[in-house]
Design a protein around this ligand. Sequence first.
Ligand code: KIV
Length: 257
Amino acid sequence: MNKIKKINLKKNKSKIICLTAYSKNIASILDKYVDIILVGDSVGSVLYNHSTTKKVSLTNMIEHGKSVKAGIKKSLMVVDMPFNSYKNKIEALKNAKKIIKNTKCDAVKIEGGLSVKNIIHHLVKNKVKVMGHIGILPQTDSGRFKSKGKLPRERNRLIKEALELEKIGVFAIVLECVHSKTAKIITQNLKIPTIGIGSSLFCDGQILVTDDLIGLNNVKFKFLKRFINIRKYILEGIKKFKKEVENKKYPSKKFSY
Ligand code: KIV
């Protein structure tokens, strides 16, 4: 059975587990436990220290995608289409095909609802598997939105967008910081799965930026739970290395040629 079908069959049965990766080493750790690995354009802020994801290039996504692919044995791999790579149908298809050809990923993700509907439809018609993404849209939202879909007008717009995206053939939709009630309505009304980030337990699956959840990236969001503080373990190793080098214990004969 193909990977997308397998994931979609989890809806209403078991939760879909998704995390981001930007490199082979992290992807190879995640692979055993997750359903989807996303090469997110969050790489711009997490690794390159950009203030937004707007500066992430197609080349960045392809290079990180190639690295991630090398660490994956079983998970579905999705690569974000970066800002400005899907300005129109022709460019979007050309760039999606370039990402898929170079990274061998299973699907791409595009941010936006009705404004990108025709572009996504064009990709789907041309056999590109697409994951949608609505709610907070880091590539285009200006201002400091914390969440979306609390008020009825915005709730109705998000529901409409989700239904339209399903109709044109996306296989799943990320709901970023969507108000719980809205996330619940969307999830209940779609046949395809919703993947939440800060969008409540009602979603069919959950995604987080791995560097955030392991405490490597020092950020705070209401929705972010730090499941482990990996910095502590890295520091322990670095301190031991420093001490042994200073005490001329490392590299001993065993570690020398
Ligand atoms: O870029 C990213 O990592 C994402 C997830 C946070 C959903 O889009």
